[in-house]
Design a protein around this ligand. Structure first.
Ligand SMILES: C[S@@+](CC[C@H](N)C(=O)[O-])C[C@H]1O[C@@H](n2cnc3c(N)ncnc32)[C@H](O)[C@@H]1O
Length: 272
């Protein structure tokens, strides 16, 4: 599945405001106490154009190199272009669906990801949890969609649209059947099975059409949700496009507020 640089840039403001920084801080504290010098890398999976690295780098010790991993060469080039001179970042083009085990696990101090877990399957998460546990490495996974979608003032088809979108989220995004809204809960269970301490925190987008940046994100979001609903239920394509037209009109009037539920997850290895 591909993501445009424009879309990732549009969501970055909402992502930054939503993130549960208490979990990122807890990861930084854990690394201060338990990090070892032979673990030289922070590894960001599905890095795209580098939003997660940009957010986390100031919170974590600068003594390690970042490895940004994605299968999209253009997004990785864009991430590399955002690095200031002297920043310790390198990129690696890999297909995470098939090459997860080939990454340099023995050098990794922290695995991070943002907006990735909801795309992956249970089988893939089982592999991630097993590899991370074998390497005794913490994971910080931000901004996984959790199925909550609340629009104010309500429209007669909001609930239909939400359930259609959530069904669409469970389609194959390149990793097998996606966990979509269940991703954080399943990841937490799998990591606890691997003896991790796991904490989760809501990291919801709170979007208000009266704000120009939020309105710019809401327009493609609404169009994308309607497309997903129509793809899921082709016989109801018109219902989806009518819903989108009503909701886009609300955005144009600056009158729509939307909560998009996300979760952040931190998993810390048990002391050895
Ligand atoms: C929703 S975007 C999130 C990007 C970035 N983490 C952020 O928060 O802006 C998902 C990212 O996963 C990457 N991705 C999707 N499938 C992948 C795969 N099979 N292998 C590697 N990267 C993949 C996409 O290229 C994209 O950059």
């Amino acid at each position: 599945m591909s993501f445009s640089e424009h879309w990732l840039a549009l969501r970055q403001h909402a992502d930054s405001s939503a993130r549960a920084d208490a979990l990122a801080q807890a990861a930084a504290d854990w690394l201060q106490r338990h990090g070892t010098p032979d673990r030289t890398l922070y590894m960001d999976l599905g890095s795209g154009s580098g939003a997660n690295w940009l957010h986390l780098a100031p919170l974590l010790s600068a003594h390690r190199q970042w490895l940004l991993v994605d299968n999209d060469a253009a997004l990785l080039a864009s991430a590399q272009a955002r690095c200031s001179a002297g920043t310790s970042v390198r990129t690696q083009r890999s297909d995470l669906a098939s090459q997860l085990s080939t990454l340099p696990w023995d050098q990794v101090a922290l695995v991070s990801a943002s907006a990735l877990l909801d795309l992956v399957s249970q089988t893939w998460l089982e592999q991630l949890a097993a590899l991370a546990a074998a390497a005794n490495v913490p994971l910080l996974c931000a901004l996984s969609y959790d199925g909550r979608l609340v629009l104010q003032q309500s429209d007669v088809d909001d609930e239909w649209l939400r359930s259609a979108v959530n069904a669409h989220q469970r389609g194959n995004k390149g990793f097998g059947p996606a966990l979509g809204p269940d991703a954080t809960q399943v990841a937490a269970e799998l990591l606890r099975d691997q003896h991790y301490w796991v904490g989760t925190h809501d990291s919801d987008w709170q979007l208000n059409a009266a704000d120009a940046r939020d309105a710019a994100l809401l327009r493609p979001l609404i169009e994308g949700w309607a497309e997903a609903a129509a793809e899921q239920f082709p016989a109801e394509a018109q219902r989806a496009s009518h819903w989108a037209a009503r909701r886009l009109a609300c955005v144009a009037r600056g009158e729509l507020q939307v909560t998009v539920g996300h979760k952040d997850l931190l998993a810390l290895p048990a002391p050895r």
